[in-house]
Design a protein around this ligand. Structure first.
Ligand code: ZN
Length: 218
């Protein structure tokens, strides 16, 4: 078994949980962050700080070309973020973003002799991103193998768990408080538990409450 992995790492709750998951399951872990002029640069600062703290080799790749493809609420401060209505993706959606990120991560992984790519995509809280679905990840895995004549394994530890279970996983990894305090999920750029009002904060806080309530009952 290959003992090295690269984590697609944004500095948010999900990918930070994946980073700790990878640190537990692989001997060698590296991280890659995509800089596409996120609404809040704090997100990248979080990722850099966490990687440094745990001595994880960390590549920050310039993906600003994404803004030329699909300028939207995630990257432009003049557009308000709205939750998706009736099963539609929220207006933070960039077509094919995850396809691009995973493909770039694979190119980097092969150069480094790494086989595993770890990503925090999740089908349970499915918000309408088609390239976060399990069927897409499996399909891309085959495509990447063929494209580069190399054996990749895309690991998705969060694919079938909800936000509460993601907090539970963080707790099992001994990092519940660390992730609460040191990650950024909030669309308004507020660290830790965030603004409490945006869709990302609401999801994060509701998940934590569900998990803590469940833990108390045990
Ligand atoms: Zn928020």
């Amino acid at each position: 078994m290959n003992k090295s992995a690269i984590v697609v790492f944004s500095g948010g709750q999900d990918s930070t949980t994946c980073l700790f998951w990878a640190m537990k399951n692989f001997e060698r872990v590296e991280a890659i962050t995509f800089n596409y002029n996120q609404r809040h640069k704090t997100e990248i600062d979080c990722a850099i700080k966490i990687a440094r703290e745990f001595d994880i080799p960390h590549l920050v790749l310039d993906m600003s070309l994404l803004n030329q493809l699909a300028p939207n609420a995630l990257t432009r401060t003049d557009i308000e973020i709205k939750a998706g209505e009736s099963g539609q993706p929220p207006n933070t959606f960039v077509d094919g973003r995850n396809l691009l990120f995973l493909s770039f991560a694979a190119v980097v992984a092969k150069q480094k002799g790494i086989n595993h790519i770890v990503t925090g995509v999740c089908q349970t809280d499915f918000s309408g991103y088609p390239d976060c679905r399990d069927v897409f990840v499996k399909s891309l895995n085959v495509t990447l193998d063929l494209a580069m004549d190399y054996t990749f394994v895309i690991d998705t530890p969060l694919m079938w768990i909800d936000k509460a279970e993601t907090w539970e996983l963080a707790d099992q990894l001994g990092r519940l408080e660390y992730i609460q305090e040191n990650t950024l999920t909030c669309y308004n750029g507020i660290m830790g538990m965030g603004c409490g009002e945006c869709p990302a904060c609401k999801l994060r806080i509701a998940g934590l409450k569900t998990y803590l309530d469940k833990k108390e009952v045990r």
